[in-house]
Structures are given as structure tokens and as C-alpha cells.
Design a protein around this ligand. Structure first.
Ligand code: DQA
Length: 143
């Protein structure tokens, strides 16, 4: 079984980008954390794009091949109906993750289109939020 982990725009800069908000860990560090959390029962397909359409294509690809999706849509969280619609066409569990506690930040970060479809939302736990989301999908989808 494979869990797809999708990351949106600017997350390739993690570790360098606004460390006071997003911390010093890189996206590669988060990938390692996800693989550990998945254990040996589940594989992890870990990807990042700065392009909305690429993320839509990856969600389509997850149909039929992923047992669940963990997604940090980054800024697209707050703007993308296309990502919401693509996730709605996916049948398995979807967990939305944000490194920062978006509800304690600017008002424009308080609304998420993706939350309309997400089965769970994790915000403010930093990289550990990804691990928690993975463990949840592992528990749901068995071995
Ligand atoms: C983010 C929060 C978003 O508001 C922001 O645009 C990001 C990252 C987070 O992980 O905290 O790029 O999704």
C-alpha cells in the first residue's frame, strides 16, 4: 500500500524560508520522517511542486494507486478550487497538513478550500504533523 504525500508551492525552500515560522527542517527531512512513520507496511510517494496543475495531475494519479493522501497545499490551500475538486474525485482518506498554526496567522490563511474535502486537518505541529497524518492513514488502511 502506498501513501501519497503532496506538497505545494514554496515548500521546496523549507529550512531557508521564514525559519521563525516554518523551522529549520528541510523537505527532505520531512520525507525521512514520513517514511519512518509509514513503517514497513506502507510505501510513501513524496512529491512537491510549485505548479497547481501538477498537483492536480498527481491527485488524479493517486486515484487507484494510493491508499490515502497527505497534502500540504501551502498557499494553494487558500485559493484552489481545482485542488479541492481533484481531491473530491479521490476515494480514500485525505489529511490536510500545515506546518504552522494557520488560525493564529493572517486572516487570509484561516479559510481552506481543501478542508471541504479533508477527513482531517492538522496545523501547527510542524513536521510531526506529517508523521501523525501518516500514522493515521496506516491505522485506517491496515497492513
Ligand atoms: C502552510 C500555510 C500556508 O498558509 C502557507 O501559504 C504555506 C505553508 C503551512 O504549512 O503552514 O506555504 O501550508
Amino acid at each position: 500500500k502506498t501513501i501519497h504525500v503532496l506538497n505545494g508551492p514554496n515548500l521546496n525552500l523549507l529550512g531557508q524560508r521564514e525559519p521563525a515560522i516554518y523551522g529549520h527542517q528541510t523537505l527532505a527531512d520531512i520525507e525521512t520522517l514520513c517514511r519512518k512513520a509509514a513503517g514497513d507496511t506502507h510505501d510513501v510517494r513524496f512529491r512537491q511542486s510549485n505548479w497547481e496543475g501538477q498537483i492536480v495531475d498527481w491527485i488524479h494519479e493517486a486515484r487507484g494507486s494510493a491508499c490515502g493522501i497527505v497534502i500540504n497545499p501551502a498557499a494553494l490551500t487558500h485559493s484552489s478550487i481545482a485542488i479541492l475538486d481533484a481531491l473530491t474525485a479521490f476515494d480514500g482518506p485525505v489529511i490536510e497538513v500545515h506546518l504552522s498554526q494557520v488560525h493564529r496567522r493572517e486572516a487570509f490563511r484561516h479559510h481552506s478550500y481543501v478542508s471541504q474535502r479533508a477527513d482531517g486537518v492538522i496545523a501547527g505541529l510542524g513536521p510531526q504533523g506529517y508523521a501523525a497524518a501518516i500514522r493515521h492513514i496506516v491505522a485506517l488502511t491496515g497492513d
